[in-house]
Design a protein around this ligand. Structure first.
Ligand code: HEM
Length: 506
Protein backbone atom coordinates (compact mmCIF):
# COMPACT_ATOMS: atom_id res chain seq x y z
CA UNK A 1 0.00 0.00 0.00
CA UNK A 2 3.02 2.27 -0.05
CA UNK A 3 2.29 5.20 -2.28
CA UNK A 4 5.25 7.49 -1.91
CA UNK A 5 5.35 8.89 -5.45
CA UNK A 6 9.16 8.85 -5.24
CA UNK A 7 8.99 11.48 -2.52
CA UNK A 8 7.16 14.10 -4.64
CA UNK A 9 5.03 16.43 -2.54
CA UNK A 10 1.57 17.70 -3.41
CA UNK A 11 -0.48 20.55 -1.94
CA UNK A 12 -2.20 19.54 1.31
CA UNK A 13 -4.53 21.25 3.79
CA UNK A 14 -2.96 23.43 6.45
CA UNK A 15 -2.46 22.14 9.99
CA UNK A 16 -0.40 19.01 9.22
CA UNK A 17 0.95 17.35 12.42
CA UNK A 18 4.26 15.48 12.78
CA UNK A 19 2.91 11.93 13.39
CA UNK A 20 -0.79 12.04 12.53
CA UNK A 21 -0.17 14.07 9.38
CA UNK A 22 -3.50 15.38 8.09
CA UNK A 23 -5.60 12.89 10.09
CA UNK A 24 -6.91 15.38 12.63
CA UNK A 25 -8.98 17.38 10.14
CA UNK A 26 -10.62 14.26 8.67
CA UNK A 27 -14.14 13.29 9.66
CA UNK A 28 -14.16 9.50 10.00
CA UNK A 29 -17.97 9.42 9.65
CA UNK A 30 -17.90 11.44 6.44
CA UNK A 31 -14.40 11.05 4.96
CA UNK A 32 -15.46 11.95 1.42
CA UNK A 33 -17.34 15.10 2.37
CA UNK A 34 -14.54 16.26 4.66
CA UNK A 35 -11.99 15.62 1.89
CA UNK A 36 -14.17 17.67 -0.49
CA UNK A 37 -14.16 20.58 1.95
CA UNK A 38 -10.46 20.34 2.56
CA UNK A 39 -9.70 20.25 -1.17
CA UNK A 40 -10.68 23.89 -1.64
CA UNK A 41 -7.82 25.85 -3.17
CA UNK A 42 -5.46 22.86 -3.43
CA UNK A 43 -5.62 22.51 -7.22
CA UNK A 44 -6.26 19.49 -9.47
CA UNK A 45 -4.10 17.06 -7.48
CA UNK A 46 -3.47 17.10 -3.73
CA UNK A 47 -2.51 14.79 -0.91
CA UNK A 48 -3.55 13.82 2.58
CA UNK A 49 -1.10 12.03 4.85
CA UNK A 50 -2.93 9.87 7.36
CA UNK A 51 -0.22 8.70 9.74
CA UNK A 52 2.16 6.71 7.50
CA UNK A 53 -0.12 6.45 4.49
CA UNK A 54 -0.03 9.00 1.71
CA UNK A 55 -3.28 9.40 -0.26
CA UNK A 56 -3.10 11.34 -3.53
CA UNK A 57 -6.41 12.71 -4.82
CA UNK A 58 -7.37 13.97 -8.26
CA UNK A 59 -10.06 16.66 -8.35
CA UNK A 60 -9.41 18.30 -11.74
CA UNK A 61 -11.45 17.12 -14.74
CA UNK A 62 -8.58 17.41 -17.21
CA UNK A 63 -6.28 15.26 -15.09
CA UNK A 64 -9.09 12.74 -14.43
CA UNK A 65 -9.58 12.48 -18.20
CA UNK A 66 -5.85 11.83 -18.60
CA UNK A 67 -6.03 9.00 -16.04
CA UNK A 68 -8.92 7.49 -18.01
CA UNK A 69 -6.54 6.72 -20.89
CA UNK A 70 -6.54 2.92 -20.76
CA UNK A 71 -3.35 2.65 -22.81
CA UNK A 72 -1.44 4.37 -19.98
CA UNK A 73 -3.46 3.67 -16.81
CA UNK A 74 -5.55 0.92 -15.19
CA UNK A 75 -7.66 0.36 -12.08
CA UNK A 76 -5.74 0.08 -8.81
CA UNK A 77 -7.08 -1.15 -5.47
CA UNK A 78 -7.18 1.54 -2.79
CA UNK A 79 -6.60 0.43 0.84
CA UNK A 80 -10.40 0.36 1.27
CA UNK A 81 -10.82 -2.11 -1.60
CA UNK A 82 -7.89 -4.21 -0.43
CA UNK A 83 -9.59 -4.46 2.98
CA UNK A 84 -12.83 -5.44 1.24
CA UNK A 85 -11.11 -8.41 -0.38
CA UNK A 86 -11.34 -10.26 2.92
CA UNK A 87 -15.08 -10.11 2.42
CA UNK A 88 -15.57 -10.16 -1.35
CA UNK A 89 -12.32 -11.93 -2.33
CA UNK A 90 -11.66 -12.03 -6.06
CA UNK A 91 -15.19 -10.87 -6.86
CA UNK A 92 -15.35 -8.62 -9.93
CA UNK A 93 -15.19 -5.37 -7.97
CA UNK A 94 -12.24 -6.25 -5.75
CA UNK A 95 -10.17 -8.45 -8.11
CA UNK A 96 -6.72 -7.34 -9.21
CA UNK A 97 -6.52 -6.70 -12.96
CA UNK A 98 -4.25 -9.68 -13.59
CA UNK A 99 -6.25 -12.25 -11.62
CA UNK A 100 -7.51 -14.84 -14.11
CA UNK A 101 -10.75 -15.12 -12.13
CA UNK A 102 -11.55 -11.51 -13.11
CA UNK A 103 -11.39 -12.11 -16.88
CA UNK A 104 -13.19 -15.44 -16.51
CA UNK A 105 -16.07 -13.95 -14.51
CA UNK A 106 -16.17 -10.84 -16.72
CA UNK A 107 -16.42 -12.92 -19.92
CA UNK A 108 -19.02 -15.28 -18.44
CA UNK A 109 -21.23 -12.60 -16.92
CA UNK A 110 -21.25 -10.01 -19.70
CA UNK A 111 -24.14 -11.74 -21.51
CA UNK A 112 -26.23 -11.25 -18.34
CA UNK A 113 -26.14 -7.48 -19.02
CA UNK A 114 -27.16 -7.30 -22.68
CA UNK A 115 -30.34 -5.67 -23.91
CA UNK A 116 -31.98 -9.10 -24.21
CA UNK A 117 -31.13 -9.82 -20.60
CA UNK A 118 -32.64 -6.46 -19.54
CA UNK A 119 -35.81 -7.47 -21.35
CA UNK A 120 -35.98 -10.58 -19.12
CA UNK A 121 -35.41 -8.52 -15.97
CA UNK A 122 -37.95 -5.85 -16.86
CA UNK A 123 -41.07 -7.66 -15.54
CA UNK A 124 -39.21 -8.69 -12.38
CA UNK A 125 -38.28 -5.04 -11.79
CA UNK A 126 -41.89 -3.99 -12.31
CA UNK A 127 -43.19 -6.64 -9.91
CA UNK A 128 -40.79 -5.55 -7.17
CA UNK A 129 -41.83 -1.89 -7.60
CA UNK A 130 -45.50 -2.90 -7.37
CA UNK A 131 -44.82 -4.72 -4.08
CA UNK A 132 -43.26 -1.59 -2.66
CA UNK A 133 -46.27 0.45 -3.78
CA UNK A 134 -48.57 -2.06 -2.04
CA UNK A 135 -46.62 -1.52 1.18
CA UNK A 136 -46.84 2.25 0.75
CA UNK A 137 -50.56 2.13 0.07
CA UNK A 138 -51.10 0.41 3.40
CA UNK A 139 -48.83 2.90 5.21
CA UNK A 140 -49.86 6.15 6.90
CA UNK A 141 -47.58 9.16 6.90
CA UNK A 142 -44.36 10.01 5.09
CA UNK A 143 -41.97 7.30 3.93
CA UNK A 144 -38.21 7.08 4.42
CA UNK A 145 -37.06 7.33 0.81
CA UNK A 146 -33.51 5.97 1.06
CA UNK A 147 -34.56 3.00 3.21
CA UNK A 148 -37.41 2.07 0.88
CA UNK A 149 -35.41 2.55 -2.31
CA UNK A 150 -32.77 0.29 -0.76
CA UNK A 151 -35.32 -2.45 0.02
CA UNK A 152 -36.51 -2.21 -3.55
CA UNK A 153 -33.12 -2.35 -5.26
CA UNK A 154 -31.98 -5.17 -2.96
CA UNK A 155 -35.00 -7.27 -3.92
CA UNK A 156 -34.57 -6.42 -7.58
CA UNK A 157 -30.92 -7.48 -7.77
CA UNK A 158 -31.44 -10.64 -5.68
CA UNK A 159 -34.47 -11.74 -7.71
CA UNK A 160 -33.02 -10.95 -11.13
CA UNK A 161 -29.47 -12.16 -10.50
CA UNK A 162 -30.02 -15.11 -8.16
CA UNK A 163 -33.76 -15.80 -8.34
CA UNK A 164 -33.80 -15.30 -4.59
CA UNK A 165 -36.46 -13.39 -2.71
CA UNK A 166 -35.36 -11.69 0.53
CA UNK A 167 -38.96 -10.97 1.50
CA UNK A 168 -38.12 -7.30 2.05
CA UNK A 169 -41.69 -6.15 1.52
CA UNK A 170 -43.39 -8.68 3.77
CA UNK A 171 -41.11 -8.46 6.81
CA UNK A 172 -41.25 -5.88 9.58
CA UNK A 173 -37.47 -6.09 9.95
CA UNK A 174 -35.00 -6.59 7.09
CA UNK A 175 -33.90 -10.18 6.39
CA UNK A 176 -31.04 -11.01 8.85
CA UNK A 177 -28.72 -11.27 5.88
CA UNK A 178 -28.91 -7.51 5.33
CA UNK A 179 -27.63 -6.32 8.76
CA UNK A 180 -25.03 -9.12 8.75
CA UNK A 181 -23.81 -8.04 5.30
CA UNK A 182 -23.69 -4.39 6.38
CA UNK A 183 -21.82 -5.24 9.59
CA UNK A 184 -19.29 -7.32 7.68
CA UNK A 185 -18.83 -4.53 5.13
CA UNK A 186 -18.38 -1.94 7.85
CA UNK A 187 -15.76 -4.14 9.53
CA UNK A 188 -13.80 -4.29 6.25
CA UNK A 189 -14.14 -0.56 5.79
CA UNK A 190 -12.96 0.22 9.32
CA UNK A 191 -9.95 -2.03 8.86
CA UNK A 192 -9.15 -0.16 5.64
CA UNK A 193 -9.35 3.18 7.43
CA UNK A 194 -7.28 2.06 10.40
CA UNK A 195 -4.63 0.30 8.30
CA UNK A 196 -2.20 3.21 8.41
CA UNK A 197 -2.53 3.92 12.14
CA UNK A 198 -0.20 2.76 14.91
CA UNK A 199 -1.51 -0.51 16.44
CA UNK A 200 -3.52 -1.31 13.31
CA UNK A 201 -2.75 -5.07 13.53
CA UNK A 202 -4.22 -5.36 17.02
CA UNK A 203 -7.30 -3.31 16.16
CA UNK A 204 -7.86 -5.41 13.02
CA UNK A 205 -7.79 -8.60 15.11
CA UNK A 206 -10.42 -7.15 17.46
CA UNK A 207 -12.61 -6.11 14.55
CA UNK A 208 -12.27 -9.59 12.99
CA UNK A 209 -13.28 -11.22 16.25
CA UNK A 210 -16.36 -9.04 16.63
CA UNK A 211 -17.32 -9.56 12.99
CA UNK A 212 -16.68 -13.32 12.79
CA UNK A 213 -20.30 -14.38 13.36
CA UNK A 214 -21.62 -11.92 10.76
CA UNK A 215 -19.10 -13.11 8.21
CA UNK A 216 -19.89 -16.78 8.99
CA UNK A 217 -23.63 -16.14 8.63
CA UNK A 218 -23.22 -14.37 5.29
CA UNK A 219 -20.91 -17.09 3.93
CA UNK A 220 -23.24 -19.87 5.09
CA UNK A 221 -26.32 -18.28 3.59
CA UNK A 222 -24.66 -17.70 0.22
CA UNK A 223 -23.27 -21.24 0.21
CA UNK A 224 -26.81 -22.50 0.93
CA UNK A 225 -28.10 -20.64 -2.11
CA UNK A 226 -25.44 -22.34 -4.25
CA UNK A 227 -26.15 -25.78 -2.79
CA UNK A 228 -29.93 -25.35 -3.21
CA UNK A 229 -29.57 -24.38 -6.87
CA UNK A 230 -27.25 -27.31 -7.54
CA UNK A 231 -29.75 -29.66 -5.91
CA UNK A 232 -32.66 -28.26 -7.91
CA UNK A 233 -33.77 -29.35 -11.35
CA UNK A 234 -32.95 -25.85 -12.51
CA UNK A 235 -29.77 -26.09 -14.54
CA UNK A 236 -30.07 -23.44 -17.20
CA UNK A 237 -28.46 -20.02 -17.36
CA UNK A 238 -31.43 -17.65 -16.97
CA UNK A 239 -29.71 -15.66 -14.21
CA UNK A 240 -26.20 -14.85 -13.01
CA UNK A 241 -26.14 -17.79 -10.63
CA UNK A 242 -27.18 -20.19 -13.40
CA UNK A 243 -24.46 -18.83 -15.68
CA UNK A 244 -21.80 -19.13 -12.99
CA UNK A 245 -22.80 -22.69 -12.07
CA UNK A 246 -23.51 -24.12 -15.50
CA UNK A 247 -21.57 -22.27 -18.16
CA UNK A 248 -17.95 -23.00 -19.00
CA UNK A 249 -15.89 -20.31 -20.71
CA UNK A 250 -16.65 -20.59 -24.46
CA UNK A 251 -12.95 -20.68 -25.42
CA UNK A 252 -11.05 -22.14 -22.48
CA UNK A 253 -13.79 -24.29 -20.92
CA UNK A 254 -12.76 -22.90 -17.49
CA UNK A 255 -15.40 -22.56 -14.75
CA UNK A 256 -15.65 -20.48 -11.58
CA UNK A 257 -15.11 -22.42 -8.36
CA UNK A 258 -17.67 -22.32 -5.53
CA UNK A 259 -15.74 -19.88 -3.33
CA UNK A 260 -15.43 -17.49 -6.24
CA UNK A 261 -19.15 -17.87 -7.01
CA UNK A 262 -19.92 -16.96 -3.39
CA UNK A 263 -17.71 -13.88 -3.72
CA UNK A 264 -19.44 -12.88 -6.96
CA UNK A 265 -22.94 -13.24 -5.43
CA UNK A 266 -21.88 -11.02 -2.57
CA UNK A 267 -20.27 -8.53 -4.95
CA UNK A 268 -23.42 -8.22 -7.03
CA UNK A 269 -25.65 -7.92 -3.98
CA UNK A 270 -23.48 -5.14 -2.58
CA UNK A 271 -22.54 -3.32 -5.82
CA UNK A 272 -25.97 -3.75 -7.33
CA UNK A 273 -28.26 -2.18 -4.77
CA UNK A 274 -27.09 0.77 -2.65
CA UNK A 275 -25.58 2.53 -5.65
CA UNK A 276 -28.91 2.49 -7.48
CA UNK A 277 -31.05 3.27 -4.44
CA UNK A 278 -28.81 6.25 -3.68
CA UNK A 279 -29.17 7.48 -7.28
CA UNK A 280 -32.97 7.21 -7.00
CA UNK A 281 -33.03 8.95 -3.64
CA UNK A 282 -30.88 11.89 -4.80
CA UNK A 283 -33.03 12.23 -7.94
CA UNK A 284 -36.20 12.33 -5.83
CA UNK A 285 -34.66 14.84 -3.44
CA UNK A 286 -33.73 17.29 -6.20
CA UNK A 287 -37.02 16.83 -8.04
CA UNK A 288 -39.19 17.44 -5.01
CA UNK A 289 -37.44 20.60 -3.88
CA UNK A 290 -38.14 22.32 -7.21
CA UNK A 291 -41.83 22.49 -8.27
CA UNK A 292 -40.91 23.39 -11.86
CA UNK A 293 -38.72 20.30 -12.27
CA UNK A 294 -41.35 18.10 -10.62
CA UNK A 295 -44.00 19.43 -13.01
CA UNK A 296 -41.77 18.61 -15.99
CA UNK A 297 -41.24 15.08 -14.67
CA UNK A 298 -45.01 14.57 -14.23
CA UNK A 299 -45.63 15.98 -17.70
CA UNK A 300 -43.22 13.44 -19.20
CA UNK A 301 -44.59 10.38 -17.43
CA UNK A 302 -48.19 11.40 -18.11
CA UNK A 303 -47.47 11.96 -21.78
CA UNK A 304 -45.79 8.57 -22.17
CA UNK A 305 -47.87 6.44 -19.81
CA UNK A 306 -51.27 7.99 -20.30
CA UNK A 307 -54.14 8.61 -17.90
CA UNK A 308 -54.08 5.39 -15.86
CA UNK A 309 -51.78 6.01 -12.87
CA UNK A 310 -51.27 2.25 -12.61
CA UNK A 311 -50.00 1.82 -16.17
CA UNK A 312 -46.68 -0.01 -16.31
CA UNK A 313 -44.04 1.05 -18.83
CA UNK A 314 -43.36 -1.48 -21.56
CA UNK A 315 -39.69 -2.37 -22.04
CA UNK A 316 -39.25 -0.13 -25.10
CA UNK A 317 -40.85 2.82 -23.33
CA UNK A 318 -38.17 3.06 -20.67
CA UNK A 319 -35.71 4.70 -23.08
CA UNK A 320 -38.31 7.39 -23.83
CA UNK A 321 -38.20 9.00 -20.38
CA UNK A 322 -35.47 11.40 -21.48
CA UNK A 323 -36.11 14.03 -18.82
CA UNK A 324 -36.09 11.44 -16.00
CA UNK A 325 -32.82 10.10 -17.36
CA UNK A 326 -31.33 13.61 -17.32
CA UNK A 327 -32.48 14.01 -13.70
CA UNK A 328 -30.68 10.78 -12.78
CA UNK A 329 -27.57 11.79 -14.73
CA UNK A 330 -27.47 15.16 -13.01
CA UNK A 331 -27.98 13.61 -9.57
CA UNK A 332 -25.07 11.27 -10.30
CA UNK A 333 -22.99 14.24 -11.38
CA UNK A 334 -23.39 16.05 -8.06
CA UNK A 335 -23.47 12.93 -5.91
CA UNK A 336 -22.00 9.95 -7.77
CA UNK A 337 -23.11 7.22 -5.40
CA UNK A 338 -19.87 5.24 -5.90
CA UNK A 339 -17.86 8.40 -5.39
CA UNK A 340 -14.28 7.42 -6.22
CA UNK A 341 -12.04 5.02 -8.08
CA UNK A 342 -8.31 4.54 -8.10
CA UNK A 343 -5.82 4.52 -10.99
CA UNK A 344 -2.20 3.50 -11.49
CA UNK A 345 -0.02 3.76 -14.60
CA UNK A 346 0.87 0.61 -16.54
CA UNK A 347 4.45 1.93 -16.85
CA UNK A 348 6.29 4.87 -15.30
CA UNK A 349 4.87 8.00 -16.88
CA UNK A 350 4.92 11.78 -16.52
CA UNK A 351 1.55 13.41 -15.88
CA UNK A 352 0.55 16.64 -17.59
CA UNK A 353 1.08 18.29 -14.18
CA UNK A 354 4.78 17.30 -14.43
CA UNK A 355 4.58 14.65 -11.68
CA UNK A 356 6.24 11.31 -12.30
CA UNK A 357 3.97 8.35 -11.56
CA UNK A 358 5.25 4.77 -11.28
CA UNK A 359 3.13 1.57 -11.43
CA UNK A 360 3.35 1.24 -7.63
CA UNK A 361 1.86 4.75 -7.17
CA UNK A 362 -1.89 5.29 -7.16
CA UNK A 363 -4.25 8.25 -7.22
CA UNK A 364 -7.87 8.39 -6.12
CA UNK A 365 -10.20 10.16 -8.58
CA UNK A 366 -12.74 12.04 -6.42
CA UNK A 367 -15.80 12.11 -8.65
CA UNK A 368 -17.93 14.74 -6.87
CA UNK A 369 -15.00 17.17 -7.25
CA UNK A 370 -14.20 16.17 -10.85
CA UNK A 371 -17.90 16.52 -11.70
CA UNK A 372 -17.96 20.07 -10.30
CA UNK A 373 -14.83 21.36 -12.02
CA UNK A 374 -15.93 24.81 -13.28
CA UNK A 375 -13.65 24.45 -16.32
CA UNK A 376 -16.10 21.82 -17.62
CA UNK A 377 -19.36 22.50 -15.79
CA UNK A 378 -19.25 26.29 -15.45
CA UNK A 379 -19.52 28.60 -12.47
CA UNK A 380 -22.88 27.12 -11.50
CA UNK A 381 -21.40 23.64 -11.22
CA UNK A 382 -22.89 23.18 -7.72
CA UNK A 383 -26.43 23.79 -9.00
CA UNK A 384 -28.77 20.97 -9.98
CA UNK A 385 -29.69 21.48 -13.63
CA UNK A 386 -30.74 18.35 -15.56
CA UNK A 387 -30.66 20.27 -18.84
CA UNK A 388 -26.87 20.15 -18.76
CA UNK A 389 -27.43 16.70 -20.24
CA UNK A 390 -29.50 17.90 -23.18
CA UNK A 391 -27.75 16.58 -26.31
CA UNK A 392 -26.95 20.08 -27.55
CA UNK A 393 -25.27 20.97 -24.25
CA UNK A 394 -23.45 17.64 -23.86
CA UNK A 395 -22.03 17.88 -27.36
CA UNK A 396 -18.59 19.42 -27.26
CA UNK A 397 -18.06 18.71 -23.55
CA UNK A 398 -14.57 17.32 -22.95
CA UNK A 399 -14.49 13.51 -23.08
CA UNK A 400 -13.96 11.41 -19.91
CA UNK A 401 -15.00 14.18 -17.54
CA UNK A 402 -18.25 12.53 -16.39
CA UNK A 403 -17.57 9.11 -14.89
CA UNK A 404 -20.21 8.00 -12.35
CA UNK A 405 -19.86 4.42 -13.60
CA UNK A 406 -16.07 4.34 -13.56
CA UNK A 407 -13.84 4.01 -16.58
CA UNK A 408 -12.26 1.51 -18.95
CA UNK A 409 -12.49 -2.24 -18.80
CA UNK A 410 -13.12 -2.16 -15.03
CA UNK A 411 -16.05 0.22 -15.34
CA UNK A 412 -19.48 -0.78 -14.09
CA UNK A 413 -20.85 -3.98 -15.64
CA UNK A 414 -24.28 -3.14 -14.19
CA UNK A 415 -24.66 0.34 -15.73
CA UNK A 416 -27.52 -0.52 -18.10
CA UNK A 417 -29.21 -2.56 -15.40
CA UNK A 418 -29.03 0.34 -12.94
CA UNK A 419 -30.27 2.93 -15.42
CA UNK A 420 -33.12 0.75 -16.69
CA UNK A 421 -34.24 0.01 -13.15
CA UNK A 422 -33.88 3.59 -11.92
CA UNK A 423 -35.75 5.18 -14.86
CA UNK A 424 -38.50 2.58 -14.64
CA UNK A 425 -38.97 3.05 -10.89
CA UNK A 426 -38.95 6.85 -11.15
CA UNK A 427 -41.50 6.76 -13.97
CA UNK A 428 -43.86 4.42 -12.09
CA UNK A 429 -43.53 6.34 -8.86
CA UNK A 430 -44.12 9.79 -10.36
CA UNK A 431 -47.04 8.54 -12.41
CA UNK A 432 -48.70 6.91 -9.42
CA UNK A 433 -48.15 9.48 -6.67
CA UNK A 434 -48.10 13.17 -5.98
CA UNK A 435 -45.00 13.75 -3.87
CA UNK A 436 -44.44 16.27 -1.11
CA UNK A 437 -41.17 16.82 0.71
CA UNK A 438 -40.63 18.73 3.92
CA UNK A 439 -39.48 22.15 2.66
CA UNK A 440 -37.25 22.51 5.74
CA UNK A 441 -35.28 19.37 4.89
CA UNK A 442 -31.58 20.09 4.25
CA UNK A 443 -29.74 17.38 2.35
CA UNK A 444 -27.59 15.25 4.67
CA UNK A 445 -25.50 12.47 3.21
CA UNK A 446 -24.45 9.23 4.88
CA UNK A 447 -21.24 7.60 3.72
CA UNK A 448 -20.86 3.86 3.70
CA UNK A 449 -19.28 2.34 0.63
CA UNK A 450 -21.76 4.53 -1.20
CA UNK A 451 -23.40 7.92 -0.70
CA UNK A 452 -27.03 8.12 0.43
CA UNK A 453 -29.36 10.91 1.58
CA UNK A 454 -30.37 10.49 5.24
CA UNK A 455 -33.55 11.63 6.93
CA UNK A 456 -35.17 12.35 3.57
CA UNK A 457 -38.91 11.65 3.76
CA UNK A 458 -41.70 12.04 1.24
CA UNK A 459 -45.46 12.30 1.63
CA UNK A 460 -47.25 10.25 -1.05
CA UNK A 461 -50.77 10.83 -2.35
CA UNK A 462 -52.24 8.35 -4.82
CA UNK A 463 -53.12 10.03 -8.10
CA UNK A 464 -56.34 9.20 -9.93
CA UNK A 465 -56.98 9.40 -13.67
CA UNK A 466 -58.54 12.82 -12.98
CA UNK A 467 -55.15 14.08 -11.73
CA UNK A 468 -53.45 13.12 -14.98
CA UNK A 469 -53.92 15.62 -17.80
CA UNK A 470 -55.17 13.57 -20.77
CA UNK A 471 -52.35 13.87 -23.27
CA UNK A 472 -52.29 10.41 -24.71
CA UNK A 473 -49.79 9.89 -27.49
CA UNK A 474 -49.06 6.99 -29.73
CA UNK A 475 -46.20 5.87 -27.50
CA UNK A 476 -48.41 5.36 -24.43
CA UNK A 477 -48.09 2.16 -22.45
CA UNK A 478 -49.34 -1.11 -23.71
CA UNK A 479 -50.03 -3.85 -21.22
CA UNK A 480 -46.80 -5.16 -19.76
CA UNK A 481 -45.96 -8.40 -18.09
CA UNK A 482 -45.16 -8.72 -14.47
CA UNK A 483 -43.38 -11.61 -13.00
CA UNK A 484 -44.79 -13.51 -10.07
CA UNK A 485 -42.41 -13.76 -7.14
CA UNK A 486 -43.03 -17.19 -5.76
CA UNK A 487 -42.36 -20.57 -4.31
CA UNK A 488 -39.60 -22.66 -2.81
CA UNK A 489 -38.88 -21.46 0.69
CA UNK A 490 -35.38 -22.16 1.98
CA UNK A 491 -33.42 -20.50 4.78
CA UNK A 492 -36.03 -17.77 5.00
CA UNK A 493 -35.50 -16.94 1.34
CA UNK A 494 -37.66 -17.76 -1.62
CA UNK A 495 -36.37 -18.93 -4.94
CA UNK A 496 -38.47 -16.90 -7.34
CA UNK A 497 -39.83 -18.18 -10.58
CA UNK A 498 -37.64 -16.90 -13.33
CA UNK A 499 -37.49 -15.94 -16.92
CA UNK A 500 -41.07 -14.61 -16.77
CA UNK A 501 -42.00 -15.66 -20.28
CA UNK A 502 -44.10 -13.08 -22.01
CA UNK A 503 -47.73 -13.38 -21.06
CA UNK A 504 -47.05 -14.12 -17.38
CA UNK A 505 -49.49 -12.48 -15.03
CA UNK A 506 -49.18 -10.40 -11.91
C1 HEM B 1 -26.27 3.99 -10.09
C2 HEM B 1 -25.80 2.79 -9.89
C3 HEM B 1 -24.36 2.40 -9.99
C4 HEM B 1 -23.22 3.16 -9.92
C5 HEM B 1 -23.13 4.67 -9.72
C6 HEM B 1 -22.09 2.27 -10.08
C7 HEM B 1 -20.76 2.68 -10.11
C8 HEM B 1 -19.69 1.85 -10.34
C9 HEM B 1 -18.32 2.28 -10.46
C10 HEM B 1 -17.82 3.72 -10.31
C11 HEM B 1 -17.56 1.19 -10.71
C12 HEM B 1 -16.04 1.15 -10.93
C13 HEM B 1 -15.30 1.01 -9.63
C14 HEM B 1 -13.79 1.05 -9.76
O1 HEM B 1 -13.24 1.40 -10.81
O2 HEM B 1 -13.13 0.72 -8.76
C15 HEM B 1 -18.45 0.05 -10.73
C16 HEM B 1 -18.05 -1.25 -10.93
C17 HEM B 1 -18.90 -2.33 -10.81
N1 HEM B 1 -20.28 -2.31 -10.68
FE1 HEM B 1 -21.44 -0.66 -10.57
N2 HEM B 1 -22.56 1.00 -10.21
C18 HEM B 1 -23.93 1.02 -10.17
C19 HEM B 1 -24.80 -0.05 -10.27
C20 HEM B 1 -24.40 -1.36 -10.40
C21 HEM B 1 -25.30 -2.49 -10.53
C22 HEM B 1 -26.83 -2.40 -10.58
C23 HEM B 1 -24.53 -3.61 -10.59
C24 HEM B 1 -24.94 -5.04 -10.75
C25 HEM B 1 -26.06 -5.44 -11.29
C26 HEM B 1 -23.14 -3.19 -10.50
C27 HEM B 1 -22.05 -4.02 -10.50
C28 HEM B 1 -20.74 -3.60 -10.60
C29 HEM B 1 -19.60 -4.51 -10.68
C30 HEM B 1 -19.68 -6.04 -10.61
C31 HEM B 1 -18.46 -3.73 -10.82
C32 HEM B 1 -17.02 -4.22 -10.97
C33 HEM B 1 -16.73 -4.36 -12.46
C34 HEM B 1 -15.32 -4.88 -12.77
O3 HEM B 1 -14.35 -4.41 -12.18
O4 HEM B 1 -15.23 -5.76 -13.62
N3 HEM B 1 -23.11 -1.82 -10.39
N4 HEM B 1 -19.74 0.48 -10.52
Amino acid sequence: MRNDWSGQAFPHPSGRRPIAGDALGADSAAPLQSTMERAAGLGPIFELKIFDQKFVFVSGAELAAELADESRFAKALSPALVALREFAGEGLFTAYNDETSWSLAHDLLRPAFTKDAMRRYHPIMLAAAQELFDVWDAHDGPVDVSADMTRLTMETISRTAFSTDFGSFSREEPHPFIPAMIAALKAGQRKGMLASMPGAGLMAKRIDKRNAHHQAYVDRLLDDIIVARRASEDDDDHDLLGIMLNTPHPETGARLDDVNIRHQILTFLVAGHETTSGALSFALHYLTRDPALLARAHEEVDRILGTDPDAEPAFEQVAKFRFLRRVLDEGLRLWPTAPAFTRSPRETTTLSTGHIMRPEDWAIVVLPLVHRDPAVWGDDADEFDPDRFLPERSRGRAAHTYKPFGTGERSCIGRQFALHEAVLVLARLLHRYDLSANPAYELRIAERLTLMPVGFELGLTRRTPADVPGTLEEDQAGPSDTCPASSIDQAGLKATSHGCPSGSQK
